[in-house]
Write a protein that binds this ligand. Structure first.
Ligand code: ARG
Length: 458
């Protein structure tokens, strides 16, 4: 490619450290697409003859078929995917192949290919996120009235419903989708035609190539265009945030599937056994999702650190931008799919959840609120009165709803029979009708809205 100025070829080590084909071959589709757009524009601008342009396009079609059928054959003497395609093109069509690289550099080429790849990756992730949201919505709908303990500090706090709990993750994934969508919209500018760094003296048409590749417009500064990797970092940051959500969801399933909780039984198809303990059913998929999230966050840190301190414009450090993104994308795709599969196939144990929700006086807040509403006590005083009743219950080893009325009245004589109507878990949950609260009627509404957004048939 640059033999003119060199007397000697690269050493084996130079070749090895320089080569990126082992991983950037994943860009082959995008590389061919960008070359097609480029050569069509060169012909339209009469920079390359139509005859040569046709030969190049036919050659690119051939290469596409070959790669599609057999993958990219790795030649260690050709550094990267761009050189592989161009070299094969020369084998197929002869010297006309050399015209493809007019008014172009590998710097704008790789920036273009990689953006196209990340854009496709976002579109794929969007579909996987939707699939997981659908799985959550379906299970939430099924369990809109299933009572479970809601925790703070992992201590029983107030009863909630499983439907409400699962829908919390729907909301997190909704924000993830919006982050990926933002990243996609921001990155959709074409670097092609920025050439090495300064633009080109050929009368190219950057609007045309941008349009042909589905970009909104050409990037406005050639130096920025070839050195910008914000889009990859945006992607990794969105992926990290999403992985963090998946990790929290995975952690819940790991806890819930443990014997002391027993809230969920994972399907055989999403459990693993132990080679020594025959009774074991381990939540390995969830644990790996939790583990993968750490690796995904690591890819984000890796690329941020690679880019930090690079002067304009292109530096070879930037070749190290691809592996973190590929790794994050693969891990995230697998994690999203595995979580969806796990959620679709899990059996929730409503009895265990209910029993756990009964422990620890979870409706004490309901009693305090009632004292405020009914007896007009200031909340602080109501809190104190309720605390004394909770104390009395603990001394008897009873739940609030099991206490005889005189125990309540010994603390505050104004408390009457009607107090029992609000101490049950069902009453508590049902009363949480404030917007976004756990009342089944409210959660149902949110589920309906989610179903519409996700275009789910009812
Ligand atoms: N393989 C290179 C990369 O991924 C392509 C760009 C090479 N450009 C250069 N001036 N050496 O970054």
């Amino acid at each position: 490619m640059w033999g003119g100025r060199f007397a000697e070829g690269p050493s084996a080590l130079m070749r090895e450290i320089n080569a990126s084909i082992s991983f950037d071959k994943r860009l082959w589709r995008q590389d061919i697409a960008a070359s097609r757009a480029h050569v069509a524009m060169l012909c339209a601008r009469e920079i390359v003859s139509q005859e040569d342009g046709d030969a190049i396009e036919e050659g690119l079609d051939r290469i596409e078929d070959e790669y599609q059928a057999d993958g990219v054959p790795e030649d260690p003497s050709l550094e990267d995917i761009h050189m592989h395609v161009e070299h094969r093109l020369a084998e197929l069509i002869g010297p006309a192949a050399g015209r493809l690289h007019t008014a172009r550099s590998r710097n704008d080429q790789v920036a273009t290919d990689f953006r196209l790849w990340v854009r496709d990756a976002i579109d794929e992730t969007e579909l996987r996120l939707q699939a997981l949201q659908r799985a959550l919505v379906l299970r939430a709908e099924e369990h809109v009235g299933t009572i479970m303990p809601g925790f703070t500090h992992l201590q029983a706090a107030q009863p909630v419903t499983l439907g409400h709990h699962l829908m919390a993750y729907y909301e997190m994934l909704r924000r993830d989708r919006s982050r990926f969508a933002d990243a996609r919209a921001r990155m959709n500018e074409s670097p092609l035609g920025a050439a090495a760094l300064a633009g080109t003296s050929f009368a190219i048409d950057r609007e045309a190539t941008a349009l042909a590749l589905g970009f909104d417009r050409p990037a406005a500064n050639s130096l920025d265009a070839v050195s910008d990797r914000d889009f990859a970092i945006d992607y990794l940051m969105a992926a990290t945030q999403c992985a963090l959500h998946l990790s929290r969801l995975a952690e819940e399933f790991i806890l819930w599937a443990s014997q002391p909780f027993g809230f969920v039984t994972l399907a055989d198809s999403f459990s693993t056994g132990s080679s020594i303990m025959p009774q074991k059913r381990n939540p390995d998929a969830a644990e790996l999702v939790r583990g993968h999230s750490g690796r995904i966050a690591g890819t984000m840190v890796a690329l941020v650190t690679v880019m930090k301190g690079l002067p304009l414009a292109y530096s070879k450090d930037m070749q190290d931008d691809k592996q973190p993104v590929f790794e994050a994308h693969d891990l995230l795709g697998l994690s999203l799919a595995a979580m969806a599969g796990m959620i679709e196939t899990s059996r929730f144990n409503a009895d265990r959840m209910r029993a756990a929700a009964e422990a620890g006086h979870p409706t004490a807040t309901d009693l305090a609120d009632w004292l405020v509403r009914r007896l007009g006590l200031p909340f602080r005083e109501a809190h104190h009165v309720t605390g004394r009743i909770v104390w009395a219950a603990d001394e008897r080893g009873a739940s609030l709803w099991e206490l005889p009325l005189d125990v309540f009245q010994a603390v505050d004589s104004r408390i009457g029979e009607e107090v029992f109507g609000l101490l049950s878990l069902e009453a508590s949950v049902k009363s949480r009708t404030s917007f976004g609260g756990t009342a089944p009627a409210s959660v149902k509404k949110r589920i309906e809205a989610a179903r519409k957004v996700l275009e789910m048939k009812s």
